[in-house]
Design a protein around this ligand. Sequence first.
Ligand code: SF4
Length: 277
Amino acid sequence: MMKVKVAEHSGFCFGVKRAIQIALKTAQQNKKVATLGPIIHSPQMVSHLREKGIDFIEDIDDITDETIIIRSHGITSYDYEKLLNKKVNVVDATCPFVKNAQEYAKKLTIEGFQLVVLGEENHPEVAALLSYVDDSAIVVENPDSNFDLPKGKKIGLIAQTTQIEDKFEKLSVKLIRECKELYIVNTICHATLLRQESTKALAHNVDIMIVIGGKNSANTARLAEISKSENCRTYYIETSEELKDEWFKNIDTVGITAGASTPEWIINGAKKRILDM
Ligand code: SF4
């Protein structure tokens, strides 16, 4: 009989659980509540929250009298200012680890370091981070790519919280060779690391891996990347409806992992469906 193993660490992280709890509590205390952008990259969770009276608004200009919840990966300083000017009632659910990276970005920049951020330039977390240093940071997505460093400047290195440790290490080594002074702060979040490590360990021991998460979820995409790099056949799905019978032909063991924004009921639903196949 086919065995299905779920990664030891998978699904909601501390920051996401916290943001959802804050949103639900706020909805109990206020009439009109909305998040600025979807609370997490999970359309299923977004509709679940909508049922609880928590909508989402994409554009600050569309806010009327709603209490606005800031999601776990934070917002830019420009958006904060806009909300303040509009006198919006704001509940900040930014993850403390994301805030910590923002604090280091500011500290290093104030102290004269050229900030380098390992991350995806267009990800909201990175966009927010950059706004706190007046967009003066250099964003590096791939340590193997070419990028220019200002001559003679000391370098401060941090990472988007969901980055891969190996990439961070690679970039650190590259920078050490190219500058005289380097200050490294590992801002990769522990939850991300745990999910990445348990995905790696599981992918090593199963025939195929099913990675579950929203298609826009950066941290889930990274789990799929890690699983593939272990030479494990990997399928990236959002819900159990996408599972296909043929994937499981002649397979003894299936591994399941899920990003930090994947609700538990979706993980359990996928496990059940695989076992029923
Ligand atoms: S992955 Fe880490 S940094 Fe991001 S929200 Fe979760 S706990 Fe916070």
